[in-house]
Ligand binder design. Structure first.
Ligand code: SF4
Length: 189
């Protein structure tokens, strides 16, 4: 389906399809590491997935898994599950967001759908649910049911990402609030 894209590529496409064009067609890297929110988010992720290996969200009995780098032979894409609980016959994905903006939108559904596909193909256990922990000033846990529709839509996003690379054409995207902090705003027509 794709030229070995990553989950991140599809998530960024869901955020704005022009990210795919600037980054993967023109080869212009994002300067996201310089943005404070991204750096804080990374520190938050790493605290839970590497130094806090025994802490578990009590939603499923099982073994805590961290930093699982996985590849889908079936759909040719890769991705990393930062944290999950592996039960006897199912897996629960845990995704942490350094944000107080509690919304399960297209980007998050794309991410969770593709991570679920990776886990099911590689580990052979069903992923029915994910827990998203929004944690900045306050802490909120949101349960997301990983439906077939979420997984199919996530694969479709991967396919759309691949299509932009194949055609090399700049996709349409409307300008809105996303553009305010976008690293491509100075070159985006
Ligand atoms: S400036 Fe707006 S439309 Fe252009 S790439 Fe960034 S988010 Fe997308």
């Amino acid at each position: 389906m794709s030229n070995c894209l990553s989950v991140t590529n599809a998530v960024e496409h869901a955020f704005c399809p022009r990210f795919t064009y600037f980054q993967l067609v023109l080869g212009i890297e994002q300067r996201e590491g310089k943005r404070g929110t991204v750096q804080s988010g990374r520190a938050f992720h790493s605290r839970h997935s590497t130094t806090n290996k025994t802490y578990k969200i009590k939603r499923l009995d099982g073994i805590k898994q961290t930093e699982l780098l996985l590849y889908s032979k079936k759909y040719s894409f890769s991705g990393k599950i930062d944290e999950a609980i592996e039960g006897e016959d199912q897996m629960l994905i845990i995704e942490r967001k350094y944000s107080d903006y509690i919304i399960v939108g297209l980007t998050l559904k794309t991410q969770l759908g593709l991570l679920a596909i990776l886990a099911e193909e590689n580990i052979g256990k069903k992923v029915n649910q994910a827990i998203v922990v929004f944690d900045k000033k306050g802490r909120v846990e949101v349960q997301v049911n990983i439906t077939e529709k979420i997984k199919q839509n996530a694969l479709l996003m991967l396919q759309k990402t691949s299509h932009i690379i194949e055609t090399g054409r700049m996709p349409y995207s409307k300008h809105d609030n996303r553009c305010l902090n976008c690293c491509y705003r100075k070159i985006c027509p």
